[in-house]
Ligand binder design. Structure first.
Ligand code: FAD
Length: 455
C-alpha cells in the first residue's frame, strides 16, 4: 500500500506546473495537478499567447501604411474587435485543450478546483482531501492595482484587457514595464488614442538605457503619447469617460484606464503557513537553486517564486525539478543570461548585461552600436530607426550583452543569446559571415567602437 495518494501533487496547471507534472508522470510517478481556472495558466489564457495575437492584429495598420509604396492598393480598412476577440478565444481554447490532452497522455490526473495545503503532505481541493509525498507550488502571479488609488475600481488590468466588449476610442495605460509598453503598442496600432503614463524617468526599467530611449522615440513616432515622471493620483468616472488625475496636476480622459503597474505571487489562502512554507516580503515562496522551499518535501517554480517571471524560465525550473526528483539527474536551472523580448511596436530583444550594468564592475567596457533605418522603412520613406548594441568586456573581449530595438528583434535575440551564453569574443562574433540583406548582419559587422558624441 502506498503511503500517499500521489507521489507528486502540483498546484497550478500553468507553464511550470504542466511541464513538471508531465515529466514526472512520464517517468512513472503518480501525479495529480490541480487547476482552479483554465489549464495553460497565465501564458496561454491571459498572457504571452493572447498578447501576441493582439500584437499581430495591431501591426496590420502599420503595414497597410507602407503598402502603397510597394505597389499595393489597400483601400479603406476597418477593424472588427469582437470578431478578433472571438477568433482569439477559439484559438486559446484549442491551446488549453492541447495542454489538457498532454497532461492526460502523460498519465497525470487533472483535478479542477482550488487547492490548499493543510499540512506538508495533505491538501484539499474543493473539500476533497488528498495526500502526496511531494508537493510542487506552481501557482503563478496575479496583476495588482495600486492599493492607495481612489477610484481604482474604474481601472482594469491586463486580465480584463483581453476581454473588453468594445475597442476603446481612448486608452490611458499606467506603467513602464514590458506589459504596459506592449499594450500601448497594441492599442495604438488598432487606432486607439493611447497615452502611457509612467512614474519613473524612462520606460523599461532594467533594460539598457539606449534601448529605453530608442523605444520611447519610436513609440512616440508611431503616435503613443508617453508621459514619464508622473502617475495617476485618482480615477473618476464621469460623462466624458474615466478621468485620470495626474500628479502633475493635469487630467486625462479615456474610455479605458489599464494598469500594468505590478503583479503579486499567488500565495494568499494557499495554506503555506499551515505547511510551514516560508515566503519573502513580497509574498513570493523562497526557494534555493533547486527550487526547494524550507520544507523538505515542498518545491516551488515559476512566477510564484518571483525570480525571472517568464514562461520559458518557469518551464526550465520545472524541468530541472522533475529531472532532479523523478529522473535521478540533479539539475539546477542557471538563471544567467536569460534573453527576453518586449513585443512593443517596434519590438525589443535583449540578453546579458546592459551598458550600465557592465560599467558597474569598474572595468573597461567597449560598446558597439548601430543606429540605422531598416531597409523596408527606407523603401517607403519611413523615418523609424533600428538600434543594435553590443556590450564588450574590454579585458577579455567577450560580448557581455546584446540589445536590439526594431523589426524581428525577438527572433534575432534568440540566436544572439546562444553566443552571449557561450561567452565568445567580439572577434569570434565577427568571424561569422553576415547574412545579406538583413538587419541582423549588423551584429557581426560593427567594426568601430561607439563614441558617445555621435549621439
Ligand atoms: P501561471 O502560468 O500563472 O500558472 C499558475 C496557475 O496556477 C494558474 O493557471 C492559476 O489559475 C493556478 N492556481 C493558482 N492558485 C491555485 C490554487 N490554489 N489551486 C489551483 N490552481 C491554482 N512571459 C514570456 O516569457 N513571454 C511573454 O511574452 C509574456 N507575456 C506576458 C504577457 C502578460 C500580459 C502577462 C500577464 C504575462 C506574460 N508573461 C510572458 C509571463 C508569463 O505568462 C509567466 O511568467 C508564466 O505564465 C508563469 O508561469 P507559472 O507556471 O509560474 O504560472
Amino acid at each position: 500500500m502506498a503511503r500517499y495518494d500521489y507521489d507528486l501533487f502540483v498546484i497550478g496547471a500553468g507553464s511550470g506546473g504542466v511541464r513538471a507534472a508531465r515529466l514526472a508522470a512520464m517517468s512513472g510517478a503518480r501525479v495529480a495537478v490541480a487547476e482552479e481556472h483554465r489549464v495553460g495558466g497565465t501564458c496561454v489564457i491571459r498572457g504571452c499567447i493572447p498578447k501576441k495575437f493582439m500584437v499581430y492584429a495591431s501591426e496590420f495598420s502599420y503595414h497597410f501604411k507602407g503598402a502603397a509604396d510597394f505597389g499595393w492598393s489597400v483601400g479603406k480598412t476597418s477593424f472588427d474587435w469582437p470578431a478578433f476577440i472571438n477568433r482569439k478565444d477559439i484559438e486559446i481554447a484549442r491551446l488549453s485543450g492541447v495542454y489538457v490532452a498532454n497532461l492526460q497522455n502523460a498519465g497525470a490526473t487533472l483535478l479542477h478546483g482550488r487547492a490548499r495545503l493543510i499540512d506538508a503532505h495533505t491538501l484539499t481541493i474543493d473539500g476533497q482531501s488528498v495526500t502526496a509525498d511531494k508537493v510542487l507550488i506552481a501557482t503563478g502571479a496575479w496583476p495588482t492595482l495600486p492599493a492607495d488609488l481612489p477610484g481604482s475600481e474604474h481601472a482594469i488590468t491586463s486580465n480584463e484587457a483581453f476581454h473588453l466588449e468594445a475597442l476603446p476610442r481612448r486608452a490611458v495605460i499606467a506603467g513602464g514595464g514590458y506589459i504596459a509598453t506592449e499594450f500601448a503598442g497594441i492599442f495604438n496600432g488598432l487606432g486607439v488614442e493611447t497615452t502611457l503614463v509612467y512614474r519613473g524617468p524612462m520606460i523599461l526599467r532594467g533594460f539598457d538605457d539606449d534601448v529605453r530611449a530608442q523605444l520611447t522615440r519610436e513609440l512616440e513616432r508611431r503616435g503613443v503619447k508617453v508621459i514619464v515622471g508622473c502617475h495617476q493620483t485618482k480615477l473618476e468616472k464621469t460623462a466624458k469617460g474615466i478621468v485620470s488625475h495626474l500628479s502633475s496636476g493635469h487630467k486625462l480622459s479615456s474610455d479605458v484606464a489599464l494598469f500594468a503597474t505590478g503583479r503579486a505571487p499567488n500565495t494568499g489562502d494557499l495554506g503555506l503557513e499551515a505547511a510551514g512554507v516560508a515566503v519573502n516580503d513580497v509574498g513570493a515562496v523562497i526557494v534555493d537553486d533547486y527550487s526547494r522551499t524550507n520544507i523538505a518535501n515542498i518545491w516551488a517554480v515559476g512566477d510564484v517564486t518571483d525570480r525571472i517571471n517568464l514562461t520559458p524560465v518557469a518551464i526550465r525550473e520545472a524541468a530541472a525539478f522533475a529531472s532532479t526528483e523523478f529522473q535521478g539527474k540533479p539539475v539546477a536551472f542557471d538563471h544567467r543570461d536569460v534573453a527576453s523580448a518586449v513585443f512593443s511596436q517596434p519590438p525589443v530583444g535583449s540578453v546579458g548585461l546592459s551598458e550600465a550594468q557592465a560599467r558597474q564592475g569598474g572595468g573597461k567596457v567597449i560598446v558597439y552600436r548601430a543606429l540605422f533605418r531598416p531597409m523596408k522603412a527606407t523603401f517607403h520613406g519611413g523615418e523609424e530607426k533600428m538600434l543594435m548594441k553590443l556590450i564588450v568586456d574590454g579585458e577579455s573581449e567577450r560580448v557581455l550583452g546584446c540589445h536590439i530595438v526594431g523589426p524581428d528583434a525577438p527572433e534575432m535575440i534568440q540566436m544572439a543569446a546562444i553566443a552571449v551564453r557561450m561567452g565568445i569574443t567580439k572577434a569570434q562574433w565577427d568571424e561569422t559571415c553576415a547574412v545579406h540583406p538583413t538587419a541582423g548582419e549588423e551584429l557581426v559587422t560593427m567594426r568601430e567602437p561607439y563614441v558617445p558624441s555621435e549621439l
